[in-house]
Design a protein around this ligand. Sequence first.
Ligand code: DNO
Length: 395
Amino acid sequence: MEYTFRWFGPNDPSSLNDIRQIGVSGIVTSLANVKYGEKWTDDLINKRKKYIGSFKIDKSKFLKWSVVESLPVHNDIKKRSGNYRYFIDQYKDSLVNLAKNNIKNICYNFMPLIDWVRTDLNFELPNGSQALKYNHLHVCAFENFILKSKNAKLRYSSKQIFEARKLFNSMNSRELSKLKMALLGGLAANDRKYSLRDLNYEIDQFAELKHSDLRNNLKKFINEIYPIIKKYKLNYNIHPDDPPYDVYGLPRILSNEKDIDYLIKIKNDNQIGLTFCSGSLGVNKNNNLPKIINKYGPYINFIHLRNIKHVPKSLDFYEDDHLEGSLDMVKIVKSIILEENNRKKTNHPIKNIPMRPDHGHTILHDKNSKTIPGYSLLGRMKGLDQLKGVIKTIN
Ligand code: DNO
């Protein structure tokens, strides 16, 4: 595996000067400063690439921009309405410009409107560290009593709504504003932040879009960009839904094996591949992660490793230490290494799959500094080193 680390660009509190010291060679980043949906120019890509490449990690080795995460797909493309033609053209240009700079591993997602969702960005664990948490009842309370979205009632049982009202009535103003902050774009890498009004409006725009429509739109989009992917030998890797079920009634796209089968059948080509994210897929208890890696191995071109702890009898979970929690990380890593060994005998272009430790607890000094929720330097670094130990032992 190639060890990589996510860096959110010049405003990230974790600097490249810090990151170069922790034992990674690849950087995972995006040009978040470019307006949503507009093309990434050759010049901007090149500047970012050079900047990353100016950080030394060994006598004659420098950090490199290994993976783009993400090249955002505009919601108009996901809906296939509005200005989608224009945004597809912009997207194609961005792909070509990345290729010209020899940046060929690209992660994206096709979740409408919202990317990942958590309801608590600093859930206090018994040992004083902080984690990200998802609580479905909080989403229900938010949707019904804060957002007050039109069809919210239809998406929950009357028992859930009753419980959510009780919860909502018991929350103080600080708890309410924390919940709003978490759900209105407090997380990094959400394509945009929403006001309550905007979010409601946008949810309505997607009201008619069914799962099958979203799948069709993904297929059409991939067919449109495929000639560029082939010509420039890019690897284009979809990120799974996080969490892997519908939120706000918006259809999701990649939550289980059936969804992966659909994606893969579009082209049967591992350049149209997967970002394997253990924490996202692992929330669905029916997903057997080592099996998924064995089954779709050659399609996996980028990896996020993190653990989650399921809360019994609910859809809830929180993020656990990388080697703790509900997922068997050692088995997951073993399956990845097996895939890499199999690959050695093939002409697969990616022999060392880029892997980043995904998220981490907020611990130690990071508790007193500015951090991006889930992306504290120290928590991720701890996860990285634990994973390295497992990998080294298996190898
Ligand atoms: C959360 C991330 C997501 C992911 C995007 C990829 O930490 O895994 O933001 O990067 O969904 O497009």
